[in-house]
Design a protein around this ligand. Structure first.
Ligand code: S3P
Length: 162
C-alpha cells in the first residue's frame, strides 16, 4: 500500500505521516529527509549554498527514487508545484492526501521551528500558498483539514477512508 501526503509547509505531513505509517505498519518516507541525507546537508544549507533551482532538481530525483516504494510518503510543500513532479505523481497509482490548514496555523507551526528558507513571514506564506493552492487541489484524492486537531485525530480520519 502507498499513501502520499501533500500540503504546505507546516500542514503536518511529517508528523501525521510518521504516525500513520506506525499505525499501519508501513515504512515512512520523508522527501526532505531523503534529500538532506543524500546531500549530507540540511535543507536550509542546500538553499543557501546552491539555491532553490538546485534544491528542486534534488527533490525531483528523490521523488523518482522513492515513488516505486510502498509505504507512507510525505512530500515537500513545494513538490507538487513543479509540472514534472505532478506528472510523476499522476502516473503513480497511490492516493494523494492533502493536509490543509489556515495560514495563521501554518505560520504558528513554521515560526516555531524556523527551518524553512521559503517561509520567513506570514505574508510570504500567504503569497506562496495562493500560488500553489490550485496544484495542491489538482493532485489531491482527499483533503483533510488539520487546524485544531491532534495528530492522532487526523490519522484516524485518514484510516477511516482506507
Ligand atoms: C518547501 C517545503 C519544505 C522543503 C523546502 C521547500 C516549499 O518542506 O522542501 O524548505 O517549497 O514549500 P516541508 O513542507 O516538509 O516543510
Amino acid at each position: 500500500m502507498k499513501i502520499i501526503l501533500d500540503g504546505f509547509m507546516g500542514s503536518g505531513k511529517t508528523t501525521i505521516g510518521q504516525l500513520l505509517a506506525t499505525e499501519l505498519q508501513l515504512s515512512f518516507w520523508d522527501l526532505d529527509h531523503l534529500i538532506s541525507a543524500t546531500a549530507q546537508k540540511s535543507i536550509s544549507a542546500i538553499f543557501q549554498d546552491s539555491g532553490e533551482k538546485y534544491f528542486r532538481s534534488l527533490e525531483t530525483k528523490a521523488l523518482k527514487e522513492v515513488l516505486p516504494k510502498n509505504g507512507v510518503l510525505a512530500l515537500g510543500g513545494g513538490t507538487s508545484s513543479l509540472q514534472e513532479n505532478r506528472q510523476l505523481l499522476q502516473k503513480d497509482s497511490a492516493s494523494v492526501i492533502l493536509l490543509e490548514a489556515q495560514n495563521t496555523t501554518l505560520w504558528q507551526r513554521i515560526n516555531a521551528t524556523a527551518t524553512r528558507p521559503l517561509a520567513k513571514s506570514q505574508a510570504q506564506i500567504t503569497a506562496l500558498k495562493r500560488q500553489r493552492q490550485a496544484y495542491y487541489e489538482q493532485m489531491a484524492d482527499l483533503i483533510i483539514t488539520t487546524d485544531h486537531c491532534f495528530p492522532k485525530q487526523v490519522v484516524q480520519q485518514i484510516k477511516n477512508t482506507l
